[in-house]
Unconditional design. Structure first.
Length: 247
């Protein structure tokens, strides 16, 4: 069984104080029209991104968000197909020290907010040709906000920003339904909560009424559709969705 590791934050003040809806109100982000299809692209190395049994999903989920967003933005602005890969375990371990939980480390898991704060305050460590570079603010973020609705997440992906979600992970999510050759998470009866998990959303389909997620379980868990209705429920269960707002 693959590891999880998302911990609830000690409070949810960040979601209340820094909502992404303020940017939509100011028209800095735009909710796309109904019927929109949008994909930011999947890294070629996604099968290698595997946290194993370790509770390091926050490091992997937020590193995936950075990789997909930076690759998409670079390709759109310059036409260059540049790979951005980051040291996910480094981000996970550093986030543990500031996540507000006295027992981490050594206990496993950390919060989405802590991972974002490391990216904002210290940046990230980029991996190039198998070599991990030093931490650098150039590889981080300067601002981020929190989405609480499906339309806000649609607006983020429409604008070229991948979104990391921290959610309850149900045992039914460990597998997937195959519908017309595509992998799907269920709706309705989801089973029992197995723990907390972070995954990255990089594609939206209004035709399917679903987002596609990149997990951190390597080749064992290919990209999978998550219905809008399922995510709406997960967000109502102390879920979080972070949006980079400086790119």
């Amino acid at each position: 069984m693959n590891g999880l590791g998302r911990r609830l934050p000690p409070d949810f003040d960040h979601v209340l104080k820094f909502p992404v809806r303020a940017l939509i109100s100011d028209q800095l982000l735009v909710v796309p029209p109904a019927g929109t299809e949008k994909s930011l692209g999947l890294p070629w190395w996604w099968k290698q991104y595997d946290q194993g049994e370790e509770g390091a999903c926050a490091g992997f989920g937020h590193s995936s968000m950075m990789s997909i967003t930076n690759h998409y933005q670079r390709r759109r602005e310059t036409g260059q197909d540049v790979t951005f890969r980051y040291a996910a375990r480094w981000l996970y371990l550093e986030a543990q020290f500031i996540d507000g939980w006295d027992d981490t480390p050594p206990e496993e898991g950390t919060t989405s907010r802590a991972a974002c704060e490391i990216l904002r305050a210290r940046g990230h460590r980029r991996v190039q040709r198998g070599v991990t570079g030093p931490e650098s603010l150039d590889n981080g973020i300067s601002a981020y906000r929190w989405a609480t609705t499906i339309d806000e997440i649609r607006a983020a992906i429409y604008s070229g920003r991948a979104v990391t979600i921290g959610i309850n992970w149900y045992d039914s999510f460990d597998g997937a339904w195959i519908i017309d050759g595509e992998r799907w998470l269920p709706q309705g009866n989801l089973g029992s909560i197995r723990g907390g998990h972070c995954v990255c959303l990089y594609r939206m389909s209004d035709r399917r009424q679903a987002f596609m997620l990149m997990n951190s379980w390597g080749a064992h868990y290919p990209p999978t559709w998550m219905p809008y209705a399922t995510l709406k429920r997960l967000l109502s269960e102390d879920g979080e969705a972070v949006v980079i707002t400086d790119r």
